[in-house]
Design a protein around this ligand. Structure first.
Ligand code: ATP
Length: 254
């Protein structure tokens, strides 16, 4: 579904990604884990066309999208839920969802289809149905994340990229959000999930890549990486990154 081949990208002279390659298959939930500043957001922004790749190739469903404008990539069915959530704080929940559809394919979406899509978002996140007339800015952090995901779903994606959806959320909300992500995967959506919450992400994903200072240093089945010494050493002591085995004796994992 998504193929990234030897991609280099960054900001001006600052090269962040150093020949990153990865793949997400149809219906697969893949996670990229890495510490603060490893380049996770840069990777997703590059795939979405928000940041140009200096070299390498990115394709979606077999089509080269390396130099395709973001709007077209979204129309092709690949949508990013940014870390910053980018909601319209002064608009109501329902308007934010409507705009998700308008921003990308208004002309094609009949009202009835939009209403149906909104209902599907409300079924996934019942809290949003209850607060549909509230201003987005008045929502809790967890509800804002739900709305950001809901708005992305309004573009009818085949693949969704999520940038640290658990950031700043209490554990109960993280579980709710992750459970919704699992439901989306079960419905056949391909998902590329970027997380600092390593343990939770590895539990959810089928496969994983570890990004360290802009390079992939490990990859494989998530269940195996969870028990990989090198991987866990990279995250030891970081929130959510301590392997289960190591926590039994000492909470710091030492
Ligand atoms: P975080 O969890 O903090 O979001 P990350 O793994 O997503 O981390 P990136 O946000 O991709 O990391 O940042 C990677 C590197 O690129 C960092 O050194 C960061 O300072 C730098 N960087 C990010 N955004 C910009 C920008 N707009 N201009 C210049 N440098 C940037």
């Amino acid at each position: 579904m998504i193929t990234v081949e030897r991609v280099i990208s960054g900001y001006g002279r600052l090269r962040v990604l150093r020949e990153v390659s990865l793949e997400v298959g149809a219906g697969e939930l893949v996670t990229v884990v890495g510490a603060n500043g490893a380049g996770k957001s840069t990777l997703l922004r590059t795939i979405q066309g928000l940041l140009p790749a200096e070299s390498g190739r990115i394709s979606f469903q077999g089509t080269d999208i390396t130099r395709v404008p973001t709007e077209r990539i979204v129309r092709m069915g690949l949508t990013l839920v940014p870390e910053t959530r980018d909601l319209f704080a002064d608009l109501r929940v329902i308007d934010n969802l409507e705009l998700g559809a308008y921003a990308h394919r208004a002309e094609r979406d009949a009202k009835a289809r939009r209403v149906k899509a909104i209902e599907e978002v409300f079924d996934l996140f019942p809290a949003l149905r209850e607060r549909q007339s509230a201003r987005a800015g008045a929502l809790s952090g967890g509800q804002q994340q739900m709305l950001a995901i809901g708005r992305a779903l309004m573009t009818r994606p085949r693949a969704l990229m999520l940038d640290e959806p658990s950031q700043g959320l209490a554990p109960l909300l993280v579980r709710q959000i992750f459970s919704a992500i699992a439901q989306l995967r079960d419905r056949g959506l391909a998902i590329l999930l970027v997380e600092q919450n390593v343990r939770a992400a590895l539990r959810l994903a089928g496969r994983a890549y570890v990004l360290e200072t802009g390079a992939i240093v490990a990859s494989g089945p998530a269940s195996e990486l969870m028990h990989d010494e090198v991987v866990m050493k990279a995250f030891l002591g970081r929130a959510g990154g301590v392997p289960r085995k190591a926590t039994s004796g000492d909470p710091a994992g030492r």
